[in-house]
Design a protein around this ligand. Structure first.
Ligand code: AMP
Length: 193
């Protein structure tokens, strides 16, 4: 079971691909967007706080996410997990390095799904109609999320590239093709340590 981190703009297909790989490798998927939406739905105090940021297309504060992912990783098998939607800021990426060090684990691949902006906007508008996600229904919120991505999340590409850990994947293809590419990449995976 590999330990994977998915990067990419909103609408890149991280959730879809993470879901598929999780099923294939019998690995838990930790999706921070899904976890936050569940909190919002259950109207927990955390959910009520997070909703304000999510509806505005902003990121929920780092402390909330770091605490959430820490709890999830502590409960996940050490052999494998898939992170979808985390980290999204440099502070989160640095906290993740520390957390994994504490847990005596390391990630195997950082998968960056590359998709052009205009494709992302079209996909998110379509998803807003299909799934009724409020943050996908409004073009101005979508553009805000892209801006937040560019400012706060895109720097993670350099962060992981500098560590020699980044794998670039063309996300602007049919879902099946992206999945095949990812599986081919993971095919030779064997953890030695
Ligand atoms: P997603 O489903 O991954 O697009 O996430 C939906 C929303 O949840 C985002 O627009 C953010 O408001 C919030 N969110 C999810 N993951 C994170 C994260 N790692 N850091 C901050 N906010 C997040």
């Amino acid at each position: 079971m590999p330990r994977l981190i998915f990067l990419g703009p909103p609408g890149a297909g991280k959730g879809t691909q993470a879901e598929r790989l999780a099923a294939i490798y019998h690995t838990p998927k930790i999706s921070t967007g899904d976890l936050l939406r569940a909190e919002v739905k259950a109207q927990t105090p955390l959910g009520c706080q997070a909703k304000v940021y999510m509806d505005a297309g902003e990121l929920v504060p780092d402390e909330v996410l770091i605490g959430m992912v820490k709890g999830q990783l502590q409960q996940s098998p050490e052999e494998g997990w898939i992170l979808d939607g985390f980290p999204r800021t440099l502070a989160q990426a640095e906290a993740l390095e520390e957390l994994l060090q504490e847990l005596g684990q390391d990630y195997d691949y950082v998968l960056n799904l590359e998709v052009p902006d205009e494709v992302v906007v079209a996909r998110l508008l379509a998803r807003g109609k299909e799934q009724g996600r409020s943050d996908d229904a409004d073009r101005s919120v979508i553009l805000k999320r892209l801006e937040v991505y560019r400012q706060q999340t895109a720097p993670l590409i350099d962060f992981y590239e500098a560590k020699g850990r980044l794998q670039r994947v063309n996300g602007n293809q049919p879902m099946e093709s992206v999945q095949e590419h990812l599986q081919a990449l993971l095919e030779g995976f064997r953890r030695t340590a």
